[in-house]
Design a protein around this ligand. Structure first.
Ligand SMILES: *Cc1c(COP(=O)(O)O)cnc(C)c1O
Length: 378
């Protein structure tokens, strides 16, 4: 059996957990390992401030508060994304304006953005699908023209870059996920990247239940008190210790993933050349992190049959994202701008194949062989 996913374990996690329990004896947020992780991000990604959060969902919620999103505001995003991208803004009372995706990357179509802007538009939330960057130069240009905030849902994007810049550090705010399904994880976890100096202080306050506790600890105020809205958006030190073990291994982990991805791509090419499947496209200015390997089938029916076939052959394959605009809640809190040319059709064709550290080339060959068998290309 080749599972769809196995969460990463480097082997060092236990040492750091033991250090927290036996030596450091501090378990809540913002202690030794939280600081180590934040520094790792700030140095390796060149970002002015990174705050660890309990999840990417929470980082997105913080971003929505920081962006001052309120009722009547509109936020532009793709419909092909995880629910949290939308929920974060819906929780503030905003209306969601869904924009179609590009067929080649499954990312928001930058050419359609400007047409979706109205007087009410406050922000653009881009999603870097599969760790492959959106066309950020175009996104930033429109954001600047209409004075909009850019929030990057880079949940899948750690270790990816766009024109040499780390994903999550390009817009005003960026959000990472360290859920166990992501390349680097701590069970549940996330981070908010704050790329603007003027948003840092308020971000710390929102994360500390709306108090100026961070300032107090730096000795900038002599008591701390309630100063703004907020919640408890801190990651536990236990999670940070686990996460740090994974960050330290990030370069090697990324290298292994990319080599597995390349192997898949090479082995799948004959099926692509026969016109039976489509393969992911990586634009020239993007370095990706091999978060996932997907193929595209003819339609939803063929995909369903292939999933069943692979299951019978011991291969786990999954799809995701029922387009948000097609759901009841999606219709009530948002609208689709223009034509849904690719969102629905492409989401129904996409199939994710096993991709995780520890997967080996023989297993990939087995997966490819099964798919060849399905197409009678044995
Ligand atoms: C995983 C994911 C999230 C949610 O991350 P959590 O850490 O589980 O909250 C949000 N957006 C995208 C695009 C994701 O892939």
């Amino acid at each position: 059996m080749i599972p769809f996913h196995k969460p990463l374990v480097t082997g060092i996690e236990m040492n750091y957990l033991r250090q927290v329990i036996e030596t450091n004896n501090q378990f809540s947020g913002d202690h030794t390992f939280t600081k180590k992780c934040s520094q790792w991000f700030q140095q390796n990604l060149s970002c002015p401030k990174v705050l660890l959060t309990p999840s990417c969902t929470h980082a997105l919620e913080m971003a929505a508060i920081l962006a001052n999103i309120g009722p009547d505001d509109e936020v532009i995003m793709p419909s092909y994304t995880f629910v949290s991208t939308a929920n974060a803004f819906v929780l503030r009372g905003a209306k969601i304006v869904f924009v179609d995706i590009r067929k080649d990357t499954m990312n928001i179509d930058e050419h359609l953005l400007e047409g979706a802007v109205t007087e009410k538009t406050k922000a653009i939330a881009v999603v870097h699908y599969a760790g492959v960057s959106c066309e950020m130069a175009a996104v930033l240009k429109i954001a600047e023209k209409y004075n909009l905030l850019v929030i990057e849902d880079a949940a899948q994007g750690l270790m990816s870059t766009y024109k040499g810049k780390a994903l999550g550090t390009i817009g005003d705010l960026g959000c990472f996920s360290f859920h166990e399904t992501k390349n680097y994880h701590c069970g549940e976890g996330g981070a908010l990247l704050i790329n603007r100096q003027d948003l840092i202080e308020r971000a710390e306050i929102i994360r500390e239940k709306g108090t100026n506790r961070s300032k107090f600890f730096r000795g900038h105020v002599d008591k701390y008190t309630w100063v703004d809205i907020g919640s408890s958006y801190l990651m536990s030190e236990l999670n940070a210790a686990f996460l740090f073990a994974q960050l330290e291994a990030a370069k090697e982990v990324n290298k292994e993933r990319l080599s597995l991805w390349e192997h898949y791509h090479e082995r799948m090419s004959p099926l692509k050349n026969s016109g039976l499947i489509e393969l992911p496209h990586i634009p020239e200015e993007c370095l990706h992190n091999a978060h996932m390997f997907y193929i595209k089938l003819k339609d939803i029916d063929e995909r369903t049959r292939l999933i069943d076939y692979l299951k019978k052959n011991g291969v786990g394959a999954v799809f995701h994202y029922i387009p948000l605009h097609s759901t009841e809640i999606g219709k009530s809190v948002g609208r689709f701008h223009g034509q849904d040319t690719f969102t629905t059709t492409e989401s129904e064709r996409l199939l994710r194949l096993p991709m995780f550290n520890g997967l080996n080339r023989e297993e990939i060959n087995t997966v490819v062989q099964s798919i060849r068998g399905f197409f009678n290309q044995g």
